[in-house]
Write a protein that binds this ligand. Structure first.
Ligand SMILES: [Ca+2]
Ligand SMILES: [Ca+2]
Ligand SMILES: [Ca+2]
Ligand SMILES: [Ca+2]
Length: 450
């Protein structure tokens, strides 16, 4: 089976093939051209992480109370070219101080990718950085010992299939007992697990498993507003980057009640790798957004998009076959949805980062259960994952957008000025293909410093 040959590098190689063909045969879009304006001259040949002094045009302060956790797969570089040989899993801790961005790199040879890193504060303990590793599959918690990051393993597993990956996790008080629990999605035997803290140990409870199934994403929220948190996950058939159809669904678990899996979104011949749960429309209740990947026909150069990416919305009680489409994105894949308030008006927007057609700003209209406004933020931004995060690193009440544009090999920051996104480059690497960014998360600088 061809998907089994898709290694990390294979994904990259396919990515560039897809980037060249993906969506080019879709119907023309009405979307306006990119409105993002480069504020700095950093798109030139300047080396990575050139320090920036107070850039007033983009409002970037000299120091920030929050930093970013960036996670990657990385590939060895020989003679200036990325090879197929994966390196150790990599985490970059990015902070800003004294007018400079500072990067501390943490590597883990037990895995060849970190899919996510996020802050975790266990009950009664100091905060640490939680990492989700793939090949091998490890959930680890990192804290400083004499200044150096050291990990303790919370969970390591082999699932019995071809791949062993911790793919995603979210942390919440799932049992209402004041203790954070970690819900984890894995590849490739459909295992969904909840890690519960028992003082200094973490007890792993597998709440689902299904043969030859990839679970890509976890989200947590309370859609039915009963005060008990639900866990949402996206099981699908194994990744088949060259296939026309890959079936998938979104399922719900309620760990506290022992319920699930319950299918909440049946995507038919299509599937989703990205979902988002939160109260984006501001009515006080969480809703579920599903980025449904395109339905395509043909292969290779003959590939055509039959139905492009759809962002669908589901509320508590909507039937699994409901098809409330809030936005259509003229692309094949969309792996990142992030929500926040880009203009400081107190209302949230959503950003969808699609694979090869850039970044899109979605705004709820009068009826948020109907079509939303869609506008292009920047066409010149791409990536297989295209990790994106709306977050307020400077704490001024308005969210900035951080995007790992892996095609361009840049980490970028956007702020909105008079309704237009202004772009600046934070980091740039010389060989874009030497790394692939899987996730970006915020973290308080105070918890990151040495
Ligand atoms: Ca609930
Ligand atoms: Ca809502
Ligand atoms: Ca807003
Ligand atoms: Ca801000």
């Amino acid at each position: 089976m061809r998907h089994q040959a898709v290694t990390r590098f294979g994904i990259w190689a396919l990515f560039f093939v897809l980037a060249c063909q993906g969506g080019e045969k879709t119907a023309p879009t009405e979307a306006p051209p990119a409105s993002a304006q480069e504020e700095s001259a950093e798109k030139s040949e300047e080396p990575a992480a050139e320090p920036k002094k107070a850039a007033t045009a983009t409002g970037l302060p000299d120091s920030l109370p929050n930093g970013l956790l960036l996670v990657y797969s990385q590939f060895q570089v020989v003679d200036g070219k990325a090879t197929a040989k994966p390196g150790p899993a990599r985490l970059d801790i990015l902070t800003r101080d004294g007018g400079e961005w500072k990067t501390e790199t943490v590597e883990d040879a037990q895995s060849n990718v970190f899919h996510k890193a996020m802050m975790l504060t266990p009950r009664g303990q100091a905060p640490g950085i939680l990492t989700l590793g793939g090949s091998g599959a490890y959930v680890k918690l990192w804290r400083r010992v004499k200044g150096q990051p050291k990990a303790s393993t919370l969970w390591a597993a082999e699932f019995g299939g071809k791949f062993n990956r911790m793919r995603d996790a979210e942390v919440a008080d799932l049992y209402g007992d004041g203790t954070p629990a970690i819900a984890v999605a894995t590849h490739d035997q459909g295992v969904v697990a909840v890690l519960r803290q028992k003082v200094n140990k973490w007890k792993v409870q597998r709440i689902d498993q299904k043969k030859d199934t990839f679970v890509h994403e976890i989200e947590i929220g309370d859609l039915d507003k009963d005060g008990v948190l639900e866990v949402y996950a996206t099981p699908s058939e194994p990744n088949k980057l060259d296939a026309e159809a890959q079936r998938g669904e979104v399922v719900r678990y309620v760990p506290k009640k022992g319920e699930g899996p319950t299918i909440v979104a049946d995507l038919g011949k299509r599937h989703a790798k990205e979902i988002y749960v939160g109260d984006v429309d501001g009515d006080g209740t969480d809703e579920l957004y599903v980025a449904v990947e395109a339905l395509t026909t043909g292969r290779g150069a003959g590939l055509q998009i039959v139905e492009p990416v759809e962002i669908r919305r589901y509320d508590a009680g909507t039937p699994p076959d409901a098809k409330v489409i809030i936005a259509t994105i003229p692309d094949r894949l969309c792996r990142f949805l992030t929500a926040g308030d880009v203009d400081g008006d107190g209302k949230k927007e959503m950003v969808a980062a699609s694979f090869s057609k850039g970044l899109w700003l979605l705004r709820p209209g009068k009826d948020p259960k109907s079509e939303w406004g869609v506008e292009s933020i920047d066409r010149d931004s791409g990536g297989f994952e295209h990790a994106a995060l709306l977050t307020d690193l400077d704490g001024n009440g308005t969210d900035e957008l951080y995007v790992a544009a892996d095609v361009q090999g840049e980490l970028r920051r956007y702020i909105w000025v008079r309704g237009r996104a202004k772009r600046e480059v934070i980091l740039k690497r010389d060989i874009p293909m030497s790394r692939m960014t899987w996730n970006i998360m915020p973290a308080p600088t105070s918890a990151l410093s040495r």
